[in-house]
Design a protein around this ligand. Structure first.
Ligand code: SAM
Length: 306
């Protein structure tokens, strides 16, 4: 038996977690915001780990990032100006920049050290996105950026929240509450679409249900969708919302028609069939979502259990 320090445990709930063999530690540091680690884990390959939580891994980062970006961009139809909140690895920006209509991407991440580690150790993720002249990288708090953009009267076609999970005392929980979603709505142009990663569907479905319900209290149209991510050992969830465009109108046929014209190159994951599966939730989940009444606010935020 190898020593325990060669194993990486990620806690899901106080009483359970999952275990990966740590083949190599590439870097480990602590920024003012979080603990940052890049390591090679079996069988995931290279992985970015923040505060003990895997953010994405070589094996399936394309699944997570295509799932986060493509439905919102296609639902919009011709996004020109896009805001990314978080997304430190640069892979969300990479996917957005593949859309031919995109003229400007503003990416706001709070942690310069995550960006520096990603630029240096995760080139397979960003693939040159940080050097694209259409990308405007801002180091700062996403909440403050959205408040200032709202005061300046700025507008975006798509706003993508690729943030760390809402953990108590962590840097991102204030971006999962109603006050934030209300502000984010003010910077959406007409026809604008908002999308966020919305934590695990199975470690604790109520966290997802509260996030969705909170977004539904602000936007007219809202939908939950999920995708299996091996690196998270789970069905991962997202919420897409808009006042003008109903995600229910985004059929697999529409996805199939739009993809070739809108996106440069071939997707590895997202296509009409994947879309149909992503937007088809199991019965128990639909029942829980329908029953959820709680809304997260600054006074009463939602936190993931660990
Ligand atoms: N895939 C991820 C997940 O499942 O949790 C999210 C990935 S991305 C690396 C998360 C990023 O959010 C990090 O780079 C972190 O620095 C950034 N972040 C956290 N809080 C933030 C905030 N308040 N404003 C902007 N960026 C933030």
């Amino acid at each position: 038996m190898e020593p325990l320090w060669n194993w990486y445990v990620e806690w899901e709930l106080p009483g359970s977690g999952h275990l990966f063999h740590k083949r190599e530690l590439i870097c480990h540091c602590r920024s003012p915001y979080q603990d940052i680690e890049v390591a090679v884990l079996d069988p995931l390959g290279k992985a970015l780990i923040l505060d003990g939580k895997i953010q994405s891994a070589e094996l399936d980062e394309h699944v997570y990032h295509e799932a986060l970006v493509h439905p919102a961009m296609i639902l919009h139809g011709s996004p020109r100006r896009v805001l990314i909140l978080g997304g430190g690895e640069g892979a969300t920006a990479r996917e957005v920049l593949r859309f031919r209509t995109v003229e400007e991407v503003v990416m706001v991440d709070i942690d310069r050290e995550v960006i520096e580690a990603s630029k240096r150790y995760l080139p397979e993720w960003h693939r040159g996105a940080f050097g694209d002249p259409r990308l405007n990288l801002v180091i700062g708090d996403g909440l403050e950026y959205v408040e200032e953009a709202s005061r300046r009267g700025e507008g975006f076609d798509v706003v993508i929240a690729d943030l760390a999970d809402p953990t108590e005392g962590g840097p991102a929980y204030k971006l999962y509450v109603r006050e934030f979603y209300e502000k984010a709505k003010t910077i959406l142009r007409s026809g604008g679409v908002f999308v966020t990663q919305a934590t695990s569907l199975s470690y604790d479905i109520s966290t997802h249900a509260i996030i969705r319900n909170t977004i539904a209290s602000v936007f007219k149209h809202v939908a939950s969708y999920t995708v299996f991510i091996k690196s998270f050992d789970d069905e991962w969830s997202f919420v897409i919302a808009s006042d003008d465009k109903d995600p229910a109108t985004l059929t697999p046929e529409r996805v199939g028609e739009a993809l070739p014209g809108l996106v440069e190159g071939e997707n590895r994951f997202y296509d009409p069939e994947s879309h149909a599966r992503m937007f088809s939730l199991p019965r128990y989940a639909r029942d829980i979502l329908a029953r959820e009444k709680r809304v997260a606010t600054l006074d009463n935020p939602v936190y993931v259990p660990v």
